[in-house]
Ligand binder design. Structure first.
Ligand SMILES: *[C@@H]1O[C@H](CO)[C@@H](O)[C@H](O)[C@H]1NC(C)=O
Ligand SMILES: *[C@@H]1O[C@H](CO)[C@@H](O)[C@H](O)[C@H]1NC(C)=O
Ligand SMILES: *[C@@H]1O[C@H](CO)[C@@H](O)[C@H](O)[C@H]1NC(C)=O
Ligand SMILES: *[C@@H]1O[C@H](CO)[C@@H](O)[C@H](O)[C@H]1NC(C)=O
Ligand SMILES: *[C@@H]1O[C@H](CO)[C@@H](O)[C@H](O)[C@H]1NC(C)=O
Ligand SMILES: *[C@@H]1O[C@H](CO)[C@@H](O)[C@H](O)[C@H]1NC(C)=O
Ligand SMILES: *[C@@H]1O[C@H](CO)[C@@H](O)[C@H](O)[C@H]1NC(C)=O
Ligand SMILES: *[C@@H]1O[C@H](CO)[C@@H](O)[C@H](O)[C@H]1NC(C)=O
Ligand SMILES: *[C@@H]1O[C@H](CO)[C@@H](O)[C@H](O)[C@H]1NC(C)=O
Ligand SMILES: *[C@@H]1O[C@H](CO)[C@@H](O)[C@H](O)[C@H]1NC(C)=O
Ligand SMILES: *[C@@H]1O[C@H](CO)[C@@H](O)[C@H](O)[C@H]1NC(C)=O
Ligand SMILES: *[C@@H]1O[C@H](CO)[C@@H](O)[C@H](O)[C@H]1NC(C)=O
Length: 303
């Protein structure tokens, strides 16, 4: 007499609880952990075991000893978003140049950032170099084929000129970055050590970040407190483009070349190969009528 109820309860579990816990489409390789805290970690990214990610540049570390819920890291940098459309976002440190009201330097950090794998580049379509401050000379330099330097110079003692949401050179300045580079360094200087502006702007800040994410606020001139790490250091989201290659031997490989070796070819069944965002290597997409993870052998499933 009790059996139908038990059966119903099991059906309830299978149909209502499991879909919430397990994603509808396969995310990770079979036998590999597919979540880290609240994050889904889709292959070619993976954790724990060399079999679970495509090559070492896609290895993430799930830190479940220090963080609850656990957080994924790419090297030492926290991951905020992974898109199978060839982009991911990580938090990187902000360049800072701070002074007390007497003009004595209190904190200086010339941020730099390097991507080591050839298939990863800093996205020039999603990121901009942003500097904020009212006694500020901030420079971005990068090395990659063509070396470049760009920068922002701002001096303004009139707090009333500042406008929230307006990053046009008074208190906030933005410049585009070149395509396809993997290294940058930020340097920040001041004209008068912020002595003329110390009551509303003790520090200059500069960062390369997702330009859709940042919206200038005059309160940021007083203290910039986004994405603070455990030590209270601010971080901003940087967008990287990623692509498939045969690291480390063939770092810029076309679809035609890649398909010649089915063992190393990254695109699964029912998927198509295409040009990657950064023009390096290739990308995979599910064929029309299919959905899922094109980087898994049977990741693209009919809808
Ligand atoms: C993977 O690593 C995490 C963090 O160290 C650990 O909690 C988890 O149990 C590991 N998973 C597997 C399948 O080994
Ligand atoms: C987790 O994060 C803490 C604090 O940053 C760090 O000390 C620890 O080494 C990390 N653990 C792993 C497995 O990365
Ligand atoms: C991650 O990025 C994707 C694609 O850009 C977006 O749809 C999604 O909302 C983002 N998720 C988070 C948590 O930001
Ligand atoms: C102004 O700042 C520079 C470093 O940025 C420092 O070398 C110099 O001593 C400071 N000047 C004063 C008057 O504190
Ligand atoms: C870029 O700068 C580095 C270091 O300053 C130098 O070694 C390299 O030759 C430069 N490359 C070009 C193309 O100017
Ligand atoms: C940026 O902030 C300003 C004022 O704080 C607001 O009016 C504007 O809508 C914001 N823009 C975005 C894109 O969030
Ligand atoms: C800024 O302060 C310096 C001394 O700290 C002074 O020489 C300079 O005239 C001031 N500039 C303005 C525009 O107030
Ligand atoms: C800008 O926004 C911040 C935070 O919302 C607010 O404290 C500040 O007064 C605003 N500044 C201006 C000039 O409206
Ligand atoms: C800025 O904010 C951080 C984090 O909240 C705090 O530790 C620091 O003391 C603040 N600095 C100033 C000058 O208010
Ligand atoms: C990568 O190869 C493509 C052609 O396959 C070429 O157009 C592109 O310039 C190459 N990129 C680099 C950085 O060498
Ligand atoms: C095909 O790729 C596999 C795995 O990367 C590699 O071991 C093998 O040598 C490649 N075969 C040829 C013919 O290049
Ligand atoms: C997927 O591809 C593999 C090898 O490419 C093949 O053996 C397998 O039959 C395919 N599976 C489906 C469902 O098409």
């Amino acid at each position: 007499m009790g059996h139908p109820m038990v059966l119903n309860f099991f059906l309830f579990l299978i149909f209502f609880l499991c879909p919430a816990a397990i994603s509808v489409f396969p995310v990770a390789k079979p036998g590999c952990q597919e979540t880290c805290g609240n994050f889904l970690i889709p292959y070619p990214f993976g954790m724990n075991n060399t079999n679970c990610y495509r090559d070492p540049s896609f290895e993430l570390i799930c830190n479940d000893t220090y963080y609850n819920p656990p957080k994924p890291f790419w090297g030492s940098l926290e991951v905020v978003n992974i898109s199978l459309l060839g982009q991911f976002r990580i938090l990187v440190y902000v360049g800072r140049d701070c002074y007390n009201s007497q003009g004595t330097p209190t904190y200086q950090n010339y941020a730099d950032f390097t991507v080591y794998n050839n298939a990863f580049t800093i996205s020039n379509t999603e990121n901009k170099f942003t500097a904020i401050g009212c006694d500020t000379q901030a420079y971005l330099s990068g090395l990659e084929g063509e070396n470049f330097t760009s920068g922002c110079n701002m001096f303004s003692t009139n707090e009333k000129e500042l406008i929230n949401g307006s990053c046009t050179g008074i208190g906030c300045c933005q410049t585009s970055i070149p395509t396809g580079f993997r290294f940058f360094q930020i340097e920040i200087f001041s004209y008068y050590n912020h002595t003329n502006v110390s009551d509303f702007n003790p520090c200059s800040f500069a960062f390369v970040a997702d330009y859709n994410w940042y919206n200038f606020s005059t309160s940021d001139l007083l203290n910039f407190t986004y994405n603070l790490d455990d030590r209270g250091y601010p971080r901003t989201p940087l967008v990287l483009d990623w692509a498939m290659n045969n690291w480390p031997t063939q770092t810029n490989i076309s679809c035609e070349e890649a398909m010649k070796n089915q063992t190393s070819y990254a695109c699964g069944n029912n998927s198509v190969c295409g040009v990657s965002n950064n023009g390096l290597g290739y990308s995979c997409n599910c064929s029309q009528g299919y959905q899922g993870n094109p980087y898994l052998q049977d990741g693209c499933q009919g809808t």
